[in-house]
Ligand binder design. Structure first.
Ligand code: C2O
Ligand code: CU
Ligand code: CU
Length: 514
């Protein structure tokens, strides 16, 4: 086996600004502005018909667990460096949890108490954040819970939210893009009785399939290349799905469930089926929709998840693809073409067996999602995203709490993307609902539980949420742009959840400069 190449995905970049973009409205001028501020993007990518689909889809293993005397379910994650062969015989240097790339899929049930014993075997500090999880701030794995090289961290919490597809990934301030791009990411599935009672596919790796989508660049030797950068960050010209390139999935059931996770650092996807059949969306970030929705594409920005069902006929073959258009990408003019807004990818080939196991009909009612009563809103806050990687004119400061929220009260967060490009807005600890988009009701695919949203340029999103259970005046949670380069540049803020009348204290952060 040839020696693994040196790391080439290291993504250290000087602080840049997007302000040149805001000043220009005409398409032609935007391209000039990109060149002028040093973030001219890559050229158009189209891999449709060019992917071999010669490797079975790799399934991340299910995380092993033990149960303590007190009933705590205990998992272990070890962040380490290694080498991964995305093509046989062509190792790339990568990072992974308990292996060389990505991490095991953690599964836990609502009502369980879990602990994850995290070890950092890397040579630099990192963290593990439980994206989409409702849990105490100290257990959140954000930039205040750094794990030193050789160190351990053992967060524990009660699983108390709906069945859904969550994820985990590092969150060290200023280094998140790099750590995720090296391969540190995994899925965390929450199960509950309500979902278990529905006739939905749920046999992991058989008819319930994790699909973790990332983009990367490769040289002819299989080395991962530094990606060309658009406004959003590094955009790779090849896809990696759960690991090896060019995967196919053998299906033996009439209906399969795909859990799509956009684990890319910057790229937004528009997932479709190659034959034009509808995407049948059943779940979003925080749980099942009330009813399935048929869509011609599922748009996922970095950090977002979607559960879709696929019905196959015996012997058929089709591909999951991503076909982005400037309209779906919400980018105009030449900016779209240099920022992934016209890119198309073959993602995964599905091969149905000649004999398929029958699947029961999917129920019309999947979940019940009562609306928040806006009359109960206790606090309205606004969050303006600007062209300098700032939120409300501020760049992330580890020692500054930006918002103080009273536990168990209804909050309205008005997120205003005041820039000419999209961002991906994420809030820790909570699942929220979109009350309106520029004053209008959200489309059905955005009407369920969300923790991360694609925010279109010059558009205002009204979100409703309630931070329940966990007050801690000493430890903040994060909200931020989930384009990880933007987050690293400081497009992030901190909020503390406190008891009524309490004030947030801000302890000094444990941020590491290196
Ligand atoms: Cu997925 Cu604060 O992150
Ligand atoms: Cu998160
Ligand atoms: Cu952003």
């Amino acid at each position: 086996m040839p020696e693994a190449r040196a790391l080439t995905t290291r993504l250290r970049r000087p602080r840049a600004t997007l302000s040149a973009l805001a000043a220009v409205a005409a398409g032609g001028l935007i391209a000039v502005a990109f060149a002028g501020c040093g973030i001219a993007g890559p050229s158009r990518v189209d891999t449709i018909g060019k992917v071999d689909f010669d490797k079975p889809l790799a399934m991340p293993p299910l995380a092993e667990s033990t149960v303590d005397a007190d009933g705590t379910r205990v998992f272990a994650l070890d962040a380490r460096a290694g080498a991964t062969e995305f093509e046989p015989g062509e190792p790339s240097s990568t990072w992974g949890f308990n292996g060389s790339y990505l991490g095991p899929t953690i599964v836990a049930k609502r009502g369980e108490h879990v602990r994850v014993e995290v070890t950092n075997s890397l040579e630099e500090p990192t963290t593990v954040h439980w994206h989409g999880m409702h849990l105490p701030a100290e257990m959140d794995g954000g930039p205040h819970q750094m794990v030193e090289p050789g160190g351990t961290w053992s967060p524990e919490w009660d699983i108390d939210q709906q069945a859904t597809t969550l994820s985990y990934h590092p969150h060290p301030h200023g280094e998140t893009e790099d750590h995720v791009a090296q391969g540190l990411a995994g899925m965390f599935l929450v199960q509950d009785d309500a979902e278990a009672a529905l006739p939905l596919p749920r046999e992991y790796g058989v008819d319930d399939i994790p699909v973790i989508v990332q983009d990367a660049g490769f040289s002819s030797e299989g080395e991962q290349e530094p990606n060309p950068r658009g406004y959003a960050g590094g955009l790779g010209d090849e896809l990696i799905v759960n690991g090896p390139r060019g995967p196919y999935l053998d299906v033996r059931d009439e209906v399969v469930r795909l859990r799509l996770l956009n684990a890319s650092t910057a790229r937004t996807y528009a997932f479709t089926w190659s034959d034009g059949r509808a995407m049948e969306l059943i779940g979003t970030d925080g749980g099942l929709l009330e009813a399935s929705v048929e869509l011609d594409h599922v748009r996922l920005s970095p950090g977002e998840r979607a559960e879709v069902l696929l019905r196959v006929a015996p012997g058929e073959e089709l591909e999951l693809q991503s076909r982005m258009t400037p309209e779906i990408a919400a980018l105009v003019g030449p900016v779209a073409a240099t920022n992934g807004g016209t890119d198309s990818f073959d993602v995964l080939q599905v091969r149905a067996a000649d004999q398929l196991d029958p699947a029961p009909a999917v129920p019309e009612r999947l979940n019940s999602i009562p609306a928040f009563d806006e009359a109960e809103v206790a606090t309205t806050r606004t969050f303006e995203l600007n062209d300098s990687f700032e939120i409300n004119g501020e760049s992330m400061e580890m020692g500054r709490v930006d918002e103080t929220v009273t536990v168990d009260t209804l909050e309205r967060w008005v997120v205003e993307n005041a820039t000419s490009v999209p961002h991906s807005f994420h809030v820790h600890d909570v699942q929220f609902r979109i009350a309106s988009i520029d004053g209008a009701a959200p489309p059905p695919e955005l009407a369920g539980w969300k923790d991360t949203i694609f925010t279109e340029p010059e558009t205002e999103y009204e979100l409703l949420m309630r931070f329940e259970d966990y007050a801690d005046p000493n430890t903040p949670y994060m909200y931020h742009c989930h384009l990880l380069w933007h987050e690293d540049q400081g497009m992030m803020g901190q909020f503390a959840v406190v008891e009524p009348g309490q004030r947030a204290t801000m302890t000094e952060g444990t941020h590491h400069e290196h």
